[in-house]
Each structure stands twice: as C-alpha cells, then as structure tokens.
Design a protein around this ligand. Structure first.
Ligand code: ISL
Length: 574
C-alpha cells in the first residue's frame, strides 16, 4: 500500500545530511576532522534545514578503510574524540530538532577487533565460527597460488581470502584483508550485534545506515564465480541478497527496533540490489528497513573496464533507471535519493559541468533529484557545489580502493599510468573526501594544521561563507529544495510520471497528488533547450507551463525555452 498524507512516516518529508567526519571540520589542528568540529558547525546544518545527520563511522578503528574497519563498536576513536563528545553532539542535534543516524558496519569487523583476535587464536576457539575460516582448496597446500577456498575478487582488489600462517586456514574478507567478514550464520554473532545496536539506541541515536547490509548472508557452499580480473572471479551472485538476508533483517527488526521504529530511520546500503529485492527490503509490511541505497544510477557511467574506465552518461539511461525505480516502489517500499556520498565522485563534475556552468549545473541536478519521490540524501559539500579533487599525481591519493586498484592494474599490466590517473581523477573515492570548503582562507577553514587529504584549491571561490552571502548560490538553492519538501505534500508523496523518455537533453516529469500537480523540467546541457511537452503537460493559454514554484535562474526567461542548465518547478491546480 502506498503511503497517504495521513499515514506517511516522518522520513518521507525529511532530508538526510551525510557527515564524513574525517573531512568535515577539525577542531584540534591535527588535520583530521572530529566530533567537536561537527558540533561547531551545527548552525550550517540547521540553516540548511536538514532533518537527520548520518554520521559515517567514528568508532575505534585502525583506519585501514577510514573507519569502516571497526575494532570496538562501543567506543569512539581518539582521532574523532570521546564518547562524551558524541553524547554532546547528539544532545546538541536534538536540541535543534535534528536526529542522528549512526553508520552500522556489521558485515565485517576490523582484524584488530577482540572478536577476530580471539577467533584467530586457535581452530578450537569458541569464536572460531564467528568468521569464515576455511582450509585451502582440496589437495593444495596453504599459500600455494590458487589454493584460496574460492576464486572471489575482493571489492578492494586481489583475493577475498587471506591466509593465516599459524593455522594454515584462510579467512574471508569481501573488502580489505583488515576487514574480515562476520559469520551471520552463527546466532551468537547476530545476538552480539543486536545487543550493540540496542546500546546505541538507548544512548539516544535515532537509527542506522547499514553498511553493505545485503552482503551479510553468503551461500554457505561458497562456489567459484566467473573469472573477471586476472585469475579472480566475480563471487557476487553468492553473497549479494543471499539466502537468509531477509530472515536476518526481520530478526534484527524484532530484536532491536520493535516498539521504537516510529521515531527511527533505517537505511540499508545495498550494492548490486535489484528492484525486486529492494521491494522486499523496504515493504513496511515485511518489517525490515525503511529504505535502501540502490546503485544502478551510479553505475551508468561505468565502462567496459569497470568503474575506473568511465564513459559519458546517457540521459535516457538515467531516465530509464530512475523511472523504473520510481514506478517499482510506488505502491510498496520507498526510494532513497542520492547523487553523492563518500564513495562516489562529485556529481557536478560527474554529470554536470564543473567549469563554466558549475553553479547552474549543481542547482539543476539537485532540483532533478530532490523532486523525485523518496528521501533525499545530501553529502557534505554537495550543497556548496563542491567539485572533484582534480588530483594529477598518485601520491595525492589516500583511499585504499584507489591505491589497491593502481597496484593490481600495474601488476597485471592492464592499464598505463596515464590511464590509471585519468580513471582515478574521474572516479576515485577521494574526490568526495577532500575537506569541506568553509571559507577562502588557506585550509578553507577546515583545519589550522595540515589536512590529511589536500583541500581543493578552488575553495577560494567555492566555499560556504561566500555562498551564504549570495542568495543565488548553490547553498541557498539546496535550502529552498529542502524547505519545499517540508512544506508541500506533493513533493513528498505525489505520484511520479516521466515525460520525454527519449530526449537526450531535457529531463522532465510530473508529480501529482489529488488535484495538485507539479511539473519539473531540467535542461541537462550547456545549450538552450526548446521544450515541447505535448500531451504530458499542455501549455496554458499564455503559452507558459504554470506558476513558477522554484527555479535555478533569475528572471522569467522565455516561456518554454530553458537556458543552459536551467531547471524549473511549476504548479498547476485542478
Ligand atoms: O565504493 C565502492 C567501490 O566502487 C563500492 O563498491 C563500495 O565499496 C561499496 O558500496 C560498499 O561501501 C561501503 O562499505 C565499504 C566501505 O569502504 C565504503 O566506504 C562503504 O560505504 C566497506 O565497509
């Protein structure tokens, strides 16, 4: 059943803001952002109007994957501060009417987590079965090339199996070798996770963003996958949306969320999820999670060589993807809407124009996304129109995925250094991780020390202080979009209809609720666009589309001609 204005959950009207703590605001001059830094920037978030802050991991961690490798789920890493700092931040957010959602990383732990240290200590350890330990392939010796229990390729290059010399067995890690996968088949593991989650909810957090939650259930017979990179195979069919994943999430809901779900937000990160599976995860009647992050639209520019071999986006592909997800989750389930996060390049550089039309294209893409049906997520700096890093040397990168990709490509001889640098410049996760640009001062107001990742030199023009002072800025446009969702039920709940599905320049759709209708038209190009919507939205007697609710450009412009990267939201009643 689709939500109605009367029974829709609060998060249908909400906008979530993602903070990547390492790069948000440093308070102590060590070059790494921290909790007190976040607390000092709440005016910015409140003025933006966001309802929820999602905090990327701040738990104790060796920081092999910037905190997505956790060694203590119930403490804060000293680089980010203390538990008291976190309590203060939660209190300060609540005082301003904002919620805090924590990142929940429970597909894997750090190899330095006491659970794994114990598990590794002996084949007879009571925690041996908390992780995926396997002997070498039948008839092969430990460490012999090809002796890994499966041929699976890790998300971060190389095998998903690491040999433990002491026992002669391998453990599974879908991500880095310092991120061993937990064995969710073991009920003790699940209960330990649920207890930890309850502890956080009791402490005042308002929900969880669940890291790679659709990878927690593996096919226990661990079959090989088709070969994709050198000797490595794609094992994803054997761990994506696996056999028991819905059972596990329903159990988690019963054990952790029952009775308190009304106030919470739960969102699953689900790489490779299909629409059919997403409906299962998010249908409220099934009591799993509120919404998931799907990955189709951020895969449309991946080329034949994968993510680091990008090709231009075709607008018609984007329409087909978003249109399908809008329709597929119209009567059950719910979409989350995002362009950017800490794993994706900056949208203005990726699908917009970060040169001449930076400001216009950032606003146009934001309008396009935020007017869809679903809960929008804004990643720090996106509201400023921050761009990719435009690094030109390997030594500027820090991200483990990028660095491992370079090492593997060089070893296999699959790309030249020039190609590798071009791939990283377009797609590296570090593009999203440069420090937030608060002002035009030397380190952009992020730190008084040396930032862990270089500040983008364009902070001299692109920064929060300058945009705050300019009503036509990207920042002010994001404020208007968020306010519109709060005020206008048709934005949150209206039916979605795609127009012009075969047009490569203009993205257009309608939203309707009762006798209220919005038209959204976006020129996704640097040239003028003359738009004829035909029967989809016939022009009115004055030749125009209706009353302008929100636009990206000053002045009315011509009635049905959009200027480069212009977006308009117009209303018609009755
Ligand atoms: O960014 C990616 C590489 O292209 C994705 O495959 C990403 O690794 C995947 O979406 C899972 O991401 C999440 O889990 C990872 C962590 O590195 C990411 O930062 C996190 O968002 C492992 O915990």
């Amino acid at each position: 059943m689709a939500f109605t204005v009367e029974d829709a959950p609060w998060w249908t009207r909400a906008t979530v803001y993602q903070v990547y703590p390492r790069s948000f605001q440093d308070s102590d001059g060590d070059g790494v952002g921290d909790l007190r830094g976040i607390a000092s920037r709440l005016d910015h978030l409140e003025a933006l109007g966001v309802d929820v802050v999602w905090l990327s991991p701040i738990y104790r961690s060796p920081q092999d994957d910037n905190g997505y490798d956790i060694s203590d789920y119930q403490d804060v890493d000293p680089v980010f501060g203390t538990l008291e700092d976190l309590d203060e931040l939660i209190g300060a957010l609540h005082a301003r009417g904002m919620k805090l959602v924590m990142d929940l990383v429970v597909n894997h732990t750090s190899d330095e987590h006491p659970w794994f240290v114990e598990s590794r200590s002996s084949v007879d350890s009571p925690k041996r079965d908390w992780y995926w330990w396997r002997p070498p392939r039948e008839g092969m010796a430990p460490g012999q090339p090809g002796a890994e229990p499966t041929n699976w390729h890790s998300f971060f290059s190389g095998s998903t199996w690491e040999l433990d010399e002491a026992s002669g067995e391998y453990y599974l890690h879908l991500f880095s070798r310092k991120q061993p996968d937990l064995n969710w088949e073991n009920p003790e593991v699940r209960q330990a996770v649920y207890a930890m989650m309850r502890w956080w909810l009791d402490r005042g957090v308002d929900g969880f963003r669940m890291d790679v939650i659709n990878l927690i259930s593996k096919n226990t017979s661990l079959p090989d996958g088709p070969v994709v990179a050198g000797v490595w195979g794609d094992g994803s069919a054997h761990y994506t949306d696996g056999p028991r994943v819905h059972e596990f999430l329903q159990e988690m809901h019963r054990e952790v969320f029952d009775g308190r779900e009304g106030a919470l937000l739960t969102v699953g990160e689900t790489p490779g999820v299909t629409l059919e599976e997403a409906r299962r995860y998010t249908d409220p009647a099934r009591r799993e999670v509120d919404m998931v992050f799907q990955f189709e639209h951020v895969g449309l520019d991946h080329g034949p060589g994968g993510k680091f071999d990008p090709r231009p986006l075709r607008l018609t592909d984007l329409k087909a993807t978003f249109g399908r997800w809008q329709a597929g989750l119209a009567d059950a389930g719910w979409n989350s809407l995002y362009w950017d996060n800490h794993d994706q390049p900056r949208v203005v550089s990726r699908f917009g124009d970060d040169g001449r039309y930076r400001r216009e294209s950032a606003k146009a893409l934001a309008t396009l996304l935020h007017l869809h049906r679903g809960t929008p997520y804004v990643y720090q700096g996106e509201e400023l129109g921050m761009t990719n890093a435009h690094f030109t040397r390997f030594d500027q990168y820090r991200d483990i995925e990028s660095l491992n990709h370079v090492a593997q490509s060089r070893a296999l001889g699959t790309a030249t250094d020039e190609q590798l640098l071009a791939g990283l410049a377009a797609m590296s996760r570090d593009n999203a991780r440069t420090p937030v640009q608060w002002d035009g001062s030397p380190q952009a107001g992020f730190t008084t020390g040396t930032p862990w990742l270089a500040v983008n030199p364009n902070h001299v023009e692109v920064n929060a202080a300058a945009e705050q002072a300019d009503p036509a800025s990207v920042l002010h446009h994001y404020r208007r979009l968020i306010a519109l969702r709060h005020a206008d039920p048709v934005v949150a709940l209206g039916d979605f209809t795609m127009l012009l599905p075969r047009d490569e320049q203009v993205y257009a759709f309608t939203r309707t609720l009762g006798d209220d209708a919005l038209l959204v038209v976006v020129n996704v190009s640097g040239e003028d666009a003359r738009v004829d919507l035909g029967d989809g939205w016939p022009a009115a007697a004055d030749g125009g589309w209706g009353e302008l609710v929100l636009g990206t450009h000053d002045g009315p412009g011509e009635p049905t001609v959009l200027r480069p990267w212009e977006a308009r939201v117009v209303r018609r009643r009755g």
